[in-house]
Design a protein around this ligand. Structure first.
Ligand code: GDG
Length: 573
């Protein structure tokens, strides 16, 4: 049986925002030195982060549950208290999306006094901004400027639920059959990218470091490059995989996508394999580009783009610390709330409800496991937490239906009056509960069919502070390159192998668990979010210095090239 009960999650610590704190302030313009106020990674200029998703969202309290799921499945927790009053006297709360990217970048932007440009998707977002659509955040500290883009419903439907998530997401994850190329989606994608670029140009000075995030903004880099000072740097991190040329040829307007990305000085991926594929695609579909595979640079239209692999990490210390502060009482309460037998051995899965995450494959392996191991029935429970995501898209609705019906079927097959093999929930968990489950789950199964990196696997390792956890990890995720065979490797489509690895994990000696985990933890801590950020900024510094040391004719050449070369790109067919 599915777990139906809705829980009211705990709230994050109270943040009270006064009117004063809604006043925006100037961004950190005109800095010439590294901009860092603390011990964190330092950015070589005035940082402008550009992403689809914003780090803070303002909502009318009466219309927004204290804990909600964003349209991309990003979980949010309302901060407490009556924070502000709109003109009509409704209270406004501030949500802090808890995704790895925003959580990781937010402290860095705070330290650098930078600017963050993003889609304002909260219903009270523009109630609190100034006439430039800016608001100072975080609400209680006013550390940096959040510039919001006001996108129409039509724009969001076409740009976000259209080209981004019906074309680029399936394409980059190697599912060309799932591409839905609707008539005006690409035009809207272009329009929204232009809006982002225009906003950037209003904030960027000659020392700006523009750092774009992800696949929603593939066209913006070239537009930005053409509209901000030459001395500013444009960098981009692509959080999802890059496809092979055989798959990329299915991309509508693929030539435009490549041209857009080659407006960057620096383009980052999680792993080397994606870098290689990107170079392959440029080689094949942009004949005018010069690809230097040794230096990993691309010269196109007077611009040089350096392409690098910089695997993203998590806030390892934070997960370690928060996991240590959890206690067994909270675990017992969670077991009680979810109807899990006290003392049972616990397996954990935690994903967005996305067809890339391999959830049905995981369920099939669990079914095989219980078939083969009747002794574990009643003794082992698998808690699958799935966050609904992009539910406006039919493929996602069907995927959710499939997952829920498979859970029901398996539970009907093996469940008893007081035990269900799979406890399934779509609740958004507060961080404390997440860390409690991470710490106490005996085994975690991370089985995506393909995943750019996968932060969940790293968070689990960071929160496994007792040395008695085991991780089954798909060999098709970026994180596998970091962990290798120190995790228990699985091919997620091999049901027998995954079931066998689960058996192995549950029978593994304490010594082997500890030994594997020690290595995994060492890798998670040495490649954490802080070190990722530092590496990004080192690369940005390097491409900036390289560009600065190139002669003036080169810079002039960029403009001359782009002016003389007005031909349409050749989209791959
Ligand atoms: C994309 C790429 C790449 C989930 N449920 C709850 C919750 N979460 C948090 C997790 C984790 C994040 O959401 C999910 O991150 P993933 O990396 O696993 O997956 P995607 O959302 O697909 O992310 C991926 C990533 O970008 C970064 O580059 O690794 O490959 O697909 O941080 O903890 N957090 C809380 N409650 C929940 O219920 N608090």
């Amino acid at each position: 049986m599915l777990f139906q009960r809705m829980r009211v999650p705990e709230r994050l610590p109270t943040t009270t925002v006064s009117d004063r704190q809604y006043r925006t302030r100037a961004s950190g313009r005109g800095r010439t030195d590294d901009a860092s106020g603390g011990d964190g990674p330092s950015c070589p200029g005035s940082l402008i982060v550009v992403s689809n998703r914003q780090p803070y969202r303002h909502e009318y309290e009466d219309e927004s549950p204290s804990n909600s799921t964003g349209s991309d499945g990003t979980s949010s927790h309302g901060t407490d208290g009556g924070l502000a009053r709109a003109d009509d006297q409704r209270s406004i709360t501030v949500d802090e999306p808890t995704g790895g990217l925003t959580a990781g970048l937010d402290p860095v932007v705070q330290e650098t006094d930078g600017t963050w440009i993003a889609w304002g998707d909260g219903d009270a977002d523009f109630e609190v901004t100034d006439d430039r659509n800016c608001v100072a955040v975080p609400p209680d500290e006013e550390a940096y400027t959040l510039r919001r883009l006001d996108l129409s419903e039509e724009a969001v439907d076409a740009y976000y639920y259209g080209f981004s998530n019906r074309v680029l997401w399936p394409l980059c994850h190697g599912f060309p059959d799932l591409i839905e190329n609707r008539p005006t989606d690409f035009e809207w994608y272009q329009t929204v990218n232009e809006q982002f670029a225009e906003a950037v140009s209003e904030h960027a000075d000659e020392n700006a470091v523009v750092w774009l995030q992800d696949y929603h903004l593939a066209l913006a880099p070239r537009l930005i490059r053409e509209s901000i000072p030459d001395s500013a740097t444009v960098a981009h991190f692509w959080h999802i995989p890059w496809p092979t040329p055989e798959t990329f040829r299915h991309c509508p307007a693929g030539g435009h996508i490549l041209e857009g990305l080659l407006g960057n000085d620096l383009l980052g991926f999680h792993v080397e394999g994606y870098v290689d594929r990107f170079l392959d695609c440029v080689d094949r579909f942009l004949p005018a580009a010069t690809v230097d595979r040794t230096r990993r640079t691309i010269r196109y239209d007077g611009q040089t783009t350096r392409v690098v692999a910089t695997p993203m990490g998590v806030d390892a210390e934070g997960y370690d610390r928060d996991a240590r502060s959890t206690d067994r009482d909270r675990l017992s309460s969670l077991f009680e709330e979810y109807g899990i037998l006290q003392g049972t051995t616990l397996g954990l899965g935690l994903d967005r409800l996305d067809y890339t995450k391999g959830i049905p494959e995981r369920l099939a392996a669990l079914e095989r496991f219980f078939e083969r191991n009747p002794g574990w029935r009643g003794e082992f429970t698998f808690l699958q937490k799935a966050t609904p995501s992009r539910t406006e898209i039919g493929t996602y609705q069907q995927y959710g239906d499939l997952v829920r019906s498979e859970v029901q079927r398996i539970n009907r097959r093996f469940g008893t009056a007081d035990w269900q093999p799979i406890v399934y929930t779509e609740d958004v968990l507060p961080r404390e509960d997440l860390c409690t489950l991470y710490r106490h789950a005996d085994v975690m199964v991370v089985s995506p069919l393909v995943d750019g990196m996968n932060l969940v696997a790293q968070e689990y390792v960071a929160a496994s502070v007792d040395g008695d956890s085991a991780l089954l990890l798909s060999n098709r995720v970026g994180a596998h390159e970091r962990f290798g065979s120190h995790a228990l490797t699985i091919d997620p489509t091999d049901t027998d192998e995954t079931a066998a690895q689960l058996e192995y994990a549950l029978s593994m000696s304490p010594y082997e668990r500890q030994r594997r985990l020690n290595t995994l933890r060492q890798r998670v801590f040495s490649g954490d979010i802080q070190s990722w950020m530092a590496t990004q900024f080192d690369w940005i510094r390097r491409v900036h210095d390289d560009a600065g040391s190139s002669d003036e004719s080169d810079r002039t050449g960029r403009r001359a090239d782009s002016e003389s070369d007005s031909r349409e790109p050749t989209p791959p067919v």
